[in-house]
Design a protein around this ligand. Structure first.
Ligand code: ADP
Length: 161
């Protein structure tokens, strides 16, 4: 069984994340999307909200599950028996940070391999922060996230006002 984790903040999940999830589901027996529960990051969406949005969007992919974790990603990966970690690379700006993290993780947990998938050209500009920014001004986010989760995102800004 080749089990990989795809860790991230997913605040919220975007079409770019979903593309990486679908592509990695074809490469591994099992993918666990691991939502980072980091109290210092002050996310817009709660862990539960983030997990539920991802579950809704991945429910038809049989080898994908969603979980949340606290602490070090490598510790979580070890705990669930994952041997690979998926990350997406959008631009050179992602590279330096991602390389450093991957190499640090390798020191901590030599058995784990970080697998980088290059972002789809259609989504290489896309980030959760772009979605939050557009949504906060009532902008059109239909090209950024699947329509199923648009009401949840809109509601968040509506209730905050
Ligand atoms: P983090 O806070 O760990 O950077 P993110 O939720 O922002 O979490 O991203 C999780 C992973 O998905 C990262 O590897 C990031 O580079 C990748 N990613 C984010 N947006 C995209 C995108 N549009 N296309 C491909 N990969 C992406």
């Amino acid at each position: 069984m080749r089990k990989a984790i795809y860790p991230g903040s997913f605040d919220p999940i975007t079409n770019g994340h979903l593309d990486i999830i679908k592509r990695s589901a074809g490469l591994f027996d099992e993918i666990v999307i691991a939502v980072l529960n980091n109290s210092q990051k002050n996310p817009l969406f709660s862990v539960n909200e983030r997990v539920n949005m991802i579950k809704e969007l991945t429910k038809d992919i049989p080898n994908v599950s969603v979980d949340s974790f606290q602490g070090l990603t490598v510790d979580y990966a070890k705990e669930i028996g994952a041997t690979a970690m998926i990350r997406g690379l959008r631009a050179v700006s992602d590279f330096e940070y991602e390389l450093q993290i991957a190499q640090t993780n390798k020191v901590e947990f030599p058995e784990i391999e970080t697998i980088f998938l290059t972002a789809d050209l259609n989504y290489s500009y896309l980030s959760s922060s772009v979605v939050r920014e557009f949504a906060s001004y009532g902008g059109d986010i239909s090209k950024f996230v699947p329509e199923e989760i648009i009401p949840t995102i809109r509601e968040k800004f509506h209730s905050e006002r």
